[in-house]
Design a protein around this ligand. Structure first.
Ligand code: NHR
Ligand code: GAR
Length: 225
């Protein structure tokens, strides 16, 4: 049974720390009718994040939750939960959110918390993935969408897209090609969730009623080489 009526948009909150290009992809797909979500609010841990400007431009509530205003991570995360839950979201989307979230936070949103990570997980968890991929001499790279659980960048994988590493690649060039894929992959997966096709069952991802044995690999486009 779909958990959401097909005709109603799923209220969602997006957390973003920086540029907000993934947020923009979500807003654009929502606006053009191809993604049945309503972004109820964008919340950032940085007051100057471009993501907040993008939210305002789209007529979406832009809010901040600033780490400097809380004595520790626990109280920060509690405040963040309170801000988010004012919007009663069915989905919380991490879109370049750069703060590690406590177990308490992650459990509170279990099964409705998604992240996009710039690597082919389980390879290259953590930060500076593009640099590390180049240093590691990898020939393939990409991005992954996963349900967030207590294990950092270790939650059950939903879908991935590959990018071929070029011999003359730079960190910036590689990042740009990976991000181009992120902007296709994330709205697609969020759409599955919003249409009730995607669930988390303990440690397993269910898509269209079946347990995924491996992440869905989104076929590359012609320019994705
Ligand atoms: N929280 C949990 N519990 N589990 C995950 O899988 C999470 C998460 C919070 C964020 C995104 C993630 C990524 O895709 C994410 C996944 C930040 C860091 C980090 O080290 C690591 C992974 C991710 C996001 N942050 C530093 C910190 O001390 C700060 C770094 C900075 O500000 O530049 O929080 O990679
Ligand atoms: C994205 O590439 C995302 O994969 C990455 O940050 C970028 C945010 O870009 N996320 C992480 O590295 C999480 N640690 P955006 O703000 O333009 O969407």
């Amino acid at each position: 049974m779909p958990t959401h009526a097909a005709h109603s948009d799923l209220p969602s909150v997006v957390l973003a720390s920086g540029e907000g290009t993934n947020l923009q992809a979500i807003l654009d797909n929502s606006a053009n009718g191809s993604l049945p979500v309503t972004v109820a609010a964008v919340i950032s841990d940085h007051s100057q994040a471009r993501a907040l400007t993008r939210a305002r431009a789209a007529g979406v509530a832009a809010e901040t939750c600033l780490p400097a205003e809380y004595p520790d991570r626990k109280q920060y995360d509690t405040a963040l939960i309170r801000l988010i839950d004012r919007h009663s979201p069915g989905l919380v989307v991490l879109a370049g959110f750069m703060r590690i979230l406590s177990d308490h936070f992650v459990r509170h949103y279990r099964g409705r918390l998604l992240n996009i990570h710039p690597s082919l997980l389980p390879k290259y968890r953590g930060l500076h993935t593009h640099r590390r991929v180049l240093a590691g001499g990898e020939r393939e790279h990409g991005c992954s969408v996963h349900f967030v659980t207590e294990t950092l960048d270790g939650g059950p994988l939903i879908a991935q897209t590959k990018v071929i590493v070029r011999s003359d690649d730079t960190e910036a060039a590689l990042r740009a090609r990976v991000q181009e894929q992120e902007h296709r992959l994330y709205p697609l997966v969020i759409g599955w969730f919003a249409r009730g096709r995607l669930q988390l069952d303990n440690e397993h991802v269910i898509l269209d009623g079946k347990r995924l044995q491996a992440p869905v690999m989104l076929p590359a486009q012609e320019h994705n080489t």
